[in-house]
Write a protein that binds this ligand. Sequence first.
Ligand SMILES: [Zn+2]
Length: 310
Amino acid sequence: MSGVQHTIKRPARAVGIGLHSGEKVALTIRPAPEDMGIVFVRTDIRPRTWIPAKPDFVVDTRFATTIGSGKVTISTIEHLMAAFSGAGIDNAMVEIDGPEVPVMDGSAGPFMSLIKKAGLKSQRRCRTFLEVLERVSVSNQGSTLSIEPSSHFSINFEIDFDHPVISRQVFSQKVTPRTFTKRIAKARTFGFLKEIELMRKNGLARGGSLENAVVVGETSVLNAEGLRFSDEFVRHKVLDLIGDIYLLGRPVKGRLNAYKSGHRLHHLLVQELLKRRYAWRVVEEREDKWKVPSWGTIREKDIAAAVNLP
Ligand SMILES: [Zn+2]
C-alpha cells in the first residue's frame, strides 16, 4: 500500500509575537483537503487572500522567508513550514491575523506541539515525492547550496562564523519525523547582540528577546539557560533549510549540501531545481513507512512561556 497524504484532525490555535514586527499575532491551523498543500490566509485583511506556500509566492528572503499575493504578505513562515515538513503534514490551512508568523520560542518545537494537539489525519490520496535525478547547485558570495540524488531526504550543513562562540559547525542528518523531532525541531534562531541593536534601529527584530532567540555576545551566549544543543546554531540553519525547501510543495528524495547558506540561497535552489525539469520527477511513495512521529521529546514546559492555547 502506498503512503497517503495527511492533514490535521481539528483546528488548533496559538498566540505569540512577530520576531521582526513585535506585534501580537494569533495563528490557527485548520484541516485542508487533499492536494491543497499548505495555504496561508491573513484574517485581518478583507477580502481574505489565500497565499499558497509555493515558490511563486515568495516575495522576500531577507532575514526570513516572506510570501505574498498582491499587497498582502506573511513573513517568517520557515519554522512553521519546517514543522509541517517534519511532522508529515501535506495539507493545512494557516490563518494569521497579522503580517508575521509568531516566533514562539524561536524554534519549531511549539509548532510541533501545536500539530500534536491538532492530531494527524490520514487522507485517501497518495503522497507524492519530488525525486532528484541530477545534481543542481547554486552559489552566492562564498555560500553554496546543492541537491543531489538520494534514496531519502538528508542534509549536510556547514557554517563558519568568524566568532568564537559559533565558529565552524557541521551537522549531517537523514531527516525523518523522528530525527526531526529529536535533533532539529528545538534548535532556536540566533542573533548577535551588536546586529540586533542595529536591526532594531532599522525597525527589525522588535519582538526579539532572550525568550525567543539565542543572543550571542562578544564571548558567550547571553541566555541564562545556555544552549539546547552544543551545535544549536547549525541545527537551526538545518531547520530553516527544511522549512524553505518544503515550499517545493511536497517532500523531497534528495541530499542537500549547504555551506553558509541562508533563505535567499534556499529559494534560489528551489527555483533552479524547478526550472530544470530533467533534474527531478514526481513519484508516489511505494511503501507505507510513514509513521506518526514520537512526540515525547517535546515537553509542555518548553512551550509554556511562548504559547497560549485556548
Ligand atoms: Zn530560522
